[in-house]
Design a protein around this ligand. Structure first.
Ligand code: SF4
Length: 82
């Protein structure tokens, strides 16, 4: 059985872990240039992606031009993310 003080410490540790996760530090990947600033993985100040790798797909049966392709790693940036 945990003492009351231990429970408090566990709650603080849990909160800190959540904070660390939400403050994930991005590092630009100079191998992936991208100007999609609406994506949460975009570096914003520089036209680079912050992921180690991305998945690219298509929404067409027979892609013929760049517009036929999509970044399947795109995640919409929330309004609170910088
Ligand atoms: S995940 Fe795709 S859309 Fe998002 S920043 Fe990286 S390359 Fe751009």
């Amino acid at each position: 059985m945990q003492k009351t003080g231990q429970i408090g410490t566990d709650k603080i540790r849990s909160a800190m872990k959540t904070e660390e996760t939400s403050m994930e530090i991005k590092k630009k990947n100079t191998n992936i240039r991208c100007s999609v600033t609406q994506c949460k993985h975009n570096m914003l100040s520089e036209n680079y992606c912050g992921l180690d790798c991305i998945c690219v797909g298509t929404h067409e049966q027979n892609p013929t031009v760049p517009e036929c392709t999509n970044c399947d790693s795109f995640v919409k940036r929330s309004s609170t993310q910088g």
